[in-house]
Ligand binder design. Structure first.
Ligand code: TXA
Ligand code: MG
Length: 304
């Protein structure tokens, strides 16, 4: 795997390779993505293979403009312009009815597609050079924490020829994945919480914004184990004094604990494995009120 910066002329070689069916790792403001040409079924198959991703878990596509969102989706609700104008480029994914040009394998057979405009100048530039929609799940092996630094990608993928290279965009600013919203005519359903939250969305639309209740399977990926370090994660109300336990508290609010937040949580999950035998996250009201972060913590602590 080659590692380059966006200003390197090899970026055009990267663009040719992704057009020819190879995979490229792209930086985004949320987490790094493992990208392929969304219109090339064989390239999409490679993503599933390399990641070890279940076939029934759809991918989201990345593009650079509002016009392209309209090009790859259809029957957009009227409020969609408000959302695009306010939050995009940014850490939000719209689930809308897909146009036929998007292959079924991308959406795991669903009639809808997730689409977003990432807010990272390198990737916006790359998307414009390639000028194709790029399907990209987070660039981790299935079940592992998403990568927020280049070294995380090298840890997951060594000697993986299908991945031609990585665009080095530095550490991801946000650190957890985008908010995913299902945009229906009469309502908006938050399928995956992120830093763009319910009240921020509700403020600019006149339909109801509701949380996904988990009863129907609307976001197929949410049923799988996610974001897990190799050591177990427990959520408790107290500090654990065993020296082999890493105690974490949200924003370092509790003494003798290590501070975590959205930006560093996946790095901690990936980097502590060697030094501790478990992680104890001290539960606070402030943490439960941060729905996006609390969602990742709960999933990381699930046993299967
Ligand atoms: O921040 C992000 O969204 C990152 C960066 C790389 O853009 N991407 C990301 O992709 O988190 P991934 O594949 O790791 O998670 C996408 C989630 C999955 O849980 C999937 O099931 C859900 O989006 N999803 C994709 N298309 C969907 C659709 N049409 N309907 C419902 N859920 C969908
Ligand atoms: Mg993921």
């Amino acid at each position: 795997m080659k590692l380059i910066n966006i200003n390197n002329n090899e970026i055009y070689d990267f663009a040719d390779n992704i057009k020819n069916g190879k995979l490229i790792v792209i930086p985004t403001e949320t987490v790094y993505g493992l990208a392929a040409n969304a219109l090339d079924e064989n390239a999409i198959k490679l993503i599933f293979k390399v990641k070890g991703r279940p076939q029934d878990n759809p991918l989201i596509i990345h593009t650079y403009s509002k016009e392209n969102i309209y090009k790859f989706t259809k029957n957009q609700p009227k409020y969609i312009d408000n959302i695009i104008d306010k939050f995009m480029p940014g850490p939000i994914t719209l689930v809308l009815e897909k146009q036929d040009i998007i292959p079924k394998i991308v959406t795991a057979g669903l009639k809808t597609v997730g689409i977003r405009i990432p807010n990272h100048s390198d990737t916006l530039k790359f998307l414009k050079i390639v000028d194709l929609p790029l399907a990209a799940p987070s660039a981790n092996k299935s079940g592992k924490p998403s990568p927020t630094k280049v070294e995380h990608i090298f840890n997951d993928y060594q000697n993986q020829d299908e991945i031609y290279g990585i665009i080095n965009g530095g550490e991801c600013n946000v650190g957890i994945e985008s908010t995913i919203i299902k945009c229906e005519e009469e309502k908006i359903i938050i399928l995956r919480p992120g830093i763009i939250n319910k009240s921020m969305i509700q403020e600019i639309v006149d339909v109801d914004v509701i949380d996904y209740n988990g009863n129907e399977i609307l976001a197929p990926g949410m049923k799988y184990k996610h974001y897990s370090p190799d050591i177990p994660v427990f959520i408790t109300k107290e500090i654990n004094i065993n020296p082999q336990v890493l105690n974490l508290s949200y924003n370092g609010k509790i003494e003798n604990t290590f501070s975590f937040n959205e930006k560093n949580i996946y790095s901690i999950f990936r980097e502590v494995d060697k030094n501790f035998n478990s992680i104890n996250i001290v539960l606070t009201k402030e943490l439960t009120e941060n729905k996006a972060l609390y969602n990742r913590i709960l999933k990381a602590s699930e046993k299967s």
